[in-house]
Design a protein around this ligand. Structure first.
Ligand code: GLV
Ligand code: MN
Ligand code: MN
Length: 399
């Protein structure tokens, strides 16, 4: 808890919450702090070419390969809370500390890692660092990613001193675990302390650019407009209706929308908007994508607006290792904590590891289901419960 609060003070926003966008000065400060703690705990630290940082506690023979890896991220959205990501990394340090205090030697190394740009709030896609680490994303393409101000990820890594010398994906974990806040309402609503996460739903992010014609708001007859703003509004309403119609786990969000020139008396020439679609079923996610694209094409044509699209992120749904999900559940039971299985609605670094090593996640409740919100909160008792489950599962895996 002390570390969580200290880290939460880095990039703290007035009135609560935190802004530590990936590779910003605040991210550097947060990274330096956590790296210092890793050093104090005697971990062998490596930094790779995309800025992922991993500290390893060797096994009882001094080996460092194929560790049980506990990881998450330190970057936040611009209006984030102090728990998303940080909790998983700092809980990993608690595990290392507990092993040290008990002078416990393990059959396998145990490692703690934090991965670059998990949020996707500054650079896209999200889970960028873990994606490169696990070979799902191309290093050079990711280093060339640009933020909204045109700044390049590779340059920003250099600037903050985290362009490491280790090749990406040079080693594999034997297993990967991530403790995270649920970021949704299920555990709290059902009064369950621990979530044994079964998988992560598929994620599709698309940026749509709508090109209309700027003209005078007072003089242009309604019948003669090519109004990109109107198309954007129709799309925004459509994706909500689509998600409600499709039901199941389908969700849809327009989270960013900008008008050019954004003036009271000018018909917007250009709109840039994002559509975030998610579903636990790949087929349903593909259907949502196709229906959205068809609707946008139809509306744009009717309004005389041109359309461009760019995929910002696309990840298929992932299922976690059934035996590890069960291990989480059993650990919760042994410790006397209530638990239930649930899928994750949010993206996580764990999903990038799942195809390559046995992986799972542990959730704890989020007050009011709030996350990506400065009010994000989980209680000390919930955090302790999650950390104890994590420790128990790590011990089972590390031997
Ligand atoms: C990452 O936090 C995401 O799920 O958007
Ligand atoms: Mn997170
Ligand atoms: Mn997040």
């Amino acid at each position: 808890m002390v570390r969580l609060e200290q880290l939460g003070a880095v990039g703290a926003l007035e009135g609560g919450g935190v802004c530590r966008l990936a590779l910003s000065d605040a991210d550097r400060e947060g990274r330096d702090l956590v790296r210092g703690w890793m050093e104090e705990l005697g971990l062998r630290i490596s930094i790779d070419a995309v800025g992922n940082v991993i500290g390893v506690r060797p096994d009882k023979r001094g080996g460092v390969t194929a560790p049980v890896l506990v990881g998450s991220h330190l970057d936040t959205v611009a209006t984030g809370g102090i728990y998303d990501g940080s909790l998983g990394v700092l809980a990993g340090l608690e595990v290392i500390e507990a092993l040290g205090e008990a002078a416990r030697e393990t059959e396998r190394p145990v490692a703690v890692g934090f991965f670059t740009n998990e949020e996707g709030a500054r650079f896209t896609p999200d889970m960028l660092g873990s994606g490169v680490h696990q070979g799902a994303l191309d290093l050079e393409t990711c280093l060339a990613a640009r933020d909204r101000d045109g700044l390049c990820l590779g340059d920003e890594l250099q600037r903050i001193g985290y362009a490491g010398d280790q090749p990406c994906g040079g080693w594999r974990a034997s297993s990967y675990l991530e403790l995270h806040i649920e970021q949704g309402p299920v555990l709290e609503r059902e009064k369950q302390l621990i979530g044994a996460v079964t998988g992560v739903q598929g994620i599709s992010w698309t940026e749509w650019t709508l090109e209309g014609t700027s003209n005078h708001a007072g003089t242009t007859p309604m019948s003669m407009r090519c109004d990109s703003g109107v198309v954007a509004a129709l799309v925004l309403a459509f994706v909500r209706r689509l998600a409600l119609d499709m039901g199941g786990s389908q969700v849809a969000t327009v989270g960013a929308l900008s008008f050019v020139p954004n003036l009271v008396n000018v018909i917007p020439k250009q709109v840039t908007m994002t559509v975030d679609l998610r579903n636990t079923s790949e087929a349903s996610l593909a259907e949502a994508e196709a229906r959205t694209a068809a609707f946008i094409a139809e509306c744009a044509q009717a309004e005389g607006v041109r359309v461009r699209s760019r995929s910002l992120a696309r990840f298929a749904p992932v299922e976690f290792d059934p035996s590890l999900v069960q291990a989480v559940e059993q650990a919760a039971g042994r410790l006397g904590f209530s638990s239930r299985r649930l899928p994750s609605g949010a993206g996580h670094d764990a999903q990038m590891f799942a195809p390559n090593c046995q992986s799972a996640m542990i959730f704890i409740p989020s007050a009011g289901g709030l996350s990506h919100n400065t009010e994000e909160f989980s209680s000390p008792a919930e955090i302790e419960a999650g950390a104890r489950v994590l420790l128990s599962v790590v011990l089972g895996l590390a031997g």
